[in-house]
Structure formats: structure tokens, C-alpha cells
Write a protein of this length. Structure first.
Length: 421
């Protein structure tokens, strides 16, 4: 028998259930994204506007995930829609460059001084893949050093030791301890001259929305310079933490390469990698032996138009407003947990947050506390990531934040009551 929570979700979402069954006949797991699956099945969305989305059954949700942090202006922002519509009418893709991709490149470079040259991709996965390739080509070295808990996409190198990734590929990756300078030194001992790059998310997403200490980033900068490796900042998520990304607020450390995605596409598929001119010029096709970087939709004008429209809205004042709202949300969650002595805590930085249910909580026998919180919030009309991560967007109000706090505290409290019974 399903738990009461699962039964309630099933009763609310019969059309999503039917769509899931239809999908599984064509798509393994019912979708093409591992990260959006949640048992018994995810809600299938029909439309969105602002912070609200509606599923096929007409259930309304306040979207506190924004397609995994990418919709910083919310769904179907009028200026983004207008920019996309205008570009589509002019043409959606060409076997030639357009002015729009140049304008987006210039806008990004104005915000990230470390990026002297930039190239576009279709995703953050492609961005990290090509940044790593550029580092290996530039240094002539094979090893990549990355951190525990990191998520850099889904290509083989960054999924070392996973099923389907050859041992020979995994052997080219060193795993580093987060925030531990001495541990990093021990992990690379004897391999320093084989390391092409050290890659880090200045703000980890999948690792629990944790920001690196500026001193640690400074240590990595000095280390990479000393051993002749490149330092790569993966800011696919972190670029949204301020007008100059994480590198502009966490000690001002200047990476050799930066990878981007999410908000630079304004809700459309896009990614980018860029940095030092001498490293990026390896892709200059005017040079003999240049590195190959194809892609039918690299820098496509639709995504570029959407990204430009989005970035034009993201003034320093709007970033400050988002950070104020993020601070308010985290403080309110913490206060609610402390007031009722709930076993949970909240973390994050700027407009990104995460809720962590404690180990003493008890959900139904069918669910973990984390999955019960996610499913319960869906029933309450709030959409976060299954792991508890969320991201704020500009249309959100203080009332939206207060309502989320009440819903989270209610779901955590119910699990704590079961544990105490």
C-alpha cells in the first residue's frame, strides 16, 4: 500500500501518471534528464509564468527551482519572450555567425574580466568538457584534479569511476578534499607535473550549495600557478551569485578558465567557456593545428537573444535584491527550525539555498525524509529539487518566501512527530 503522502500525490496527478506511463514506452525512466526523476513519477508541466507553473492536471506550483537555477527572471519573462520571438522571425539558426553571439560575448566579458576570449556551447556539460580539453592541450598534461561532491556535467572525465566510464579514463582524474589545503597537497603529491587543470565550483550545487572560502580559492590559485596547471572555475550555477559571478565576490581570485551556462541562455540551451587569451586562442581556426570545436547550435541566436535580454535585467541592484531575499529566506527557515526544535537546517549563498532534513526524522516506510519533503512540498504547491536545493527569481515576493517557510516547517514537523511517537 502506498503511504498517505504518495496516495495524495497520486490522487492529485492522474494525468501526470498517465503521461509517465506513456513516456516510459519511449524514454528510459520517462524523461531525458536523470536529475528530474522522483518517485513515484515527476509532475509533467504544461506551462509557466513568473514563479508559477501548472502541471497537466492543473495543479499550480510556486517554482523555487527555476529549471535548476537557470530561470533567474522566472518563466516567460515578457522581455525574454519578445527577444526570442523577434529573433525567431529573423531566423533561428544559420551555418554562419551572427551579431547576437558577439553581443552576448561582450556582455559576459564586461562582467567577468578574467574572460579575455570566449566560445559558446549548448550546455554546461559541453563547456566543462572543452575547458578541460583546452587545459590538456595547452599544458600537454593528462590529469584533471576535481573536488569531492562536484558536479561538472555528464561527460566521461567528470564522471570518473561511474558505470560505462573506462578505467583508463578514470585513472586520469584525481579526487580532492573540499576546503582542505593540506589534503589537496597530499592528494596530488608526486603527480604535480602531470596535472593539466584543477577544476572547482566556487559554489557547489549538487555538493550542498556550499561556497568555497576565499582563502581556499587563493590557495588553489597559487598552487595551480606553482605546478604549471590551469585553474578552472565552473560557474555554470555560481555566476548568478553576483554581478561578477563567484569570482567577483569570493576573494577576487582570477581563474585561467571559466565555464558558464544556466542564466546566460535565459531559459534556452546555452553554455560557454572562456578565459586567458593564450589558452583560448588554441581554438582560433586561422592557426595551423587549431583545436576543433564544432556544434550545430553553438552560439545560436535564439539562446543568445534570450541570454542578452536576461543579463540586461540583472543589474547590481537586482542582484542585491535577490541576495537580500535569499538571506531573508535562510534566516526565516533557521528561525522556524529553532523555534520548534526541528531537526533540519538551511544553507546556501545569495539567491541559492538548500534545506537539509535531519537524520532523526522519520518518513513513511516508502520514502526517505528528503524524498518525503520534496513530495510533500509538491502537494503543498512548491517545486524544489528532490535534494532540497532551490533558487530565487526576481518575481518572488516576501509572501512567497514566508509561505515556503511555513510549508517546509510543517513537513519537517510532521516527520519529527512521527519520530517522537
Amino acid at each position: 500500500m502506498p503511504s498517505d503522502l504518495i496516495a495524495e500525490y497520486l490522487a492529485r496527478t492522474p494525468r501526470s501518471a498517465a503521461m509517465f506511463e506513456r513516456a516510459t514506452a519511449s524514454l528510459p525512466g520517462g524523461s531525458t534528464r536523470t536529475t528530474i526523476f522522483s518517485a513515484p513519477y515527476p509532475p509533467y508541466m504544461a506551462r509557466g509564468a513568473g514563479i508559477r507553473t501548472w502541471d497537466l492536471d492543473g495543479n499550480e506550483y510556486r517554482d523555487f527551482l527555476g529549471n535548476y537555477t537557470s530561470l533567474i527572471l522566472g518563466h516567460a519573462h515578457p522581455d525574454v519572450v519578445a527577444a526570442v520571438e523577434a529573433q525567431v522571425r529573423r531566423g533561428s539558426a544559420f551555418a554562419a555567425p551572427t551579431e547576437t553571439e558577439i553581443e552576448l560575448a561582450e556582455e559576459i566579458r564586461s562582467r567577468l574580466p578574467s574572460i579575455e576570449r570566449i566560445r559558446f556551447t549548448n550546455s554546461g556539460t559541453e563547456a566543462t568538457m572543452f575547458a578541460i580539453r583546452a587545459a590538456r592541450a595547452f599544458t600537454g598534461r593528462p590529469l584533471l584534479a576535481k573536488f569531492e561532491g562536484a558536479y561538472h556535467g555528464t561527460h566521461d572525465t567528470v564522471l570518473a569511476w561511474s558505470p560505462g566510464v573506462p578505467d583508463a579514463t578514470s585513472a586520469l582524474v584525481l579526487e580532492l578534499p573540499w576546503g582542505d589545503a593540506d589534503g589537496v597537497q597530499r592528494a596530488i603529491a608526486g603527480r604535480e607535473r602531470d596535472i593539466a587543470a584543477v577544476i572547482i565550483e566556487p559554489v557547489q550545487g549538487a555538493g550542498g550549495v556550499r561556497a568555497a572560502e576565499p582563502e581556499f580559492l587563493g590557495f588553489l590559485r597559487d598552487l595551480a600557478t606553482r605546478i604549471g596547471a590551469l585553474l578552472i572555475f565552473d560557474e555554470v550555477i555560481a555566476f548568478r551569485v553576483g554581478p561578477n559571478g563567484a569570482q567577483g565576490r569570493l576573494g577576487g581570485v582570477r581563474p585561467d578558465l571559466t565555464t558558464l551556462g544556466k542564466i546566460i541562455g535565459g531559459g534556452y540551451p546555452s553554455g560557454a567557456f572562456g578565459g586567458r587569451r593564450d589558452v583560448m586562442d588554441q581554438f582560433d581556426q586561422r592557426r595551423s593545428g587549431a583545436l576543433v570545436h564544432g556544434g550545430t547550435f553553438n552560439g545560436n541566436p535564439v539562446a543568445a537573444a534570450a541570454g542578452l535580454a536576461t543579463l540586461h535585467h540583472l543589474t547590481p541592484e537586482r542582484f542585491a535584491d535577490l541576495e537580500r531575499m535569499g538571506d531573508r529566506l535562510r534566516a526565516a527557515l533557521t528561525a522556524a527550525f529553532e523555534a520548534d526544535r526541528l531537526d533540519a537546517h538551511a544553507g546556501g549563498i545569495a539567491s541559492i539555498f538548500q534545506v537539509f532534513p535531519g537524520s532523526t526524522l522519520v518518513a513513511s516506510e516508502d520514502l526517505t525524509p528528503q524524498s518525503a519533503l520534496f513530495l510533500g512540498l509538491l502537494v503543498d504547491g512548491f517545486h524544489l529539487a528532490p535534494r532540497g536545493m532551490g533558487a530565487l527569481s526576481t518575481p518572488m515576493t516576501e509572501a512567497d518566501l514566508d509561505d515556503l517557510v511555513q510549508a517546509v516547517a510543517g513537513r519537517i514537523g510532521a516527520m519529527q512527530a512521527v519520530a517522537a511517537a
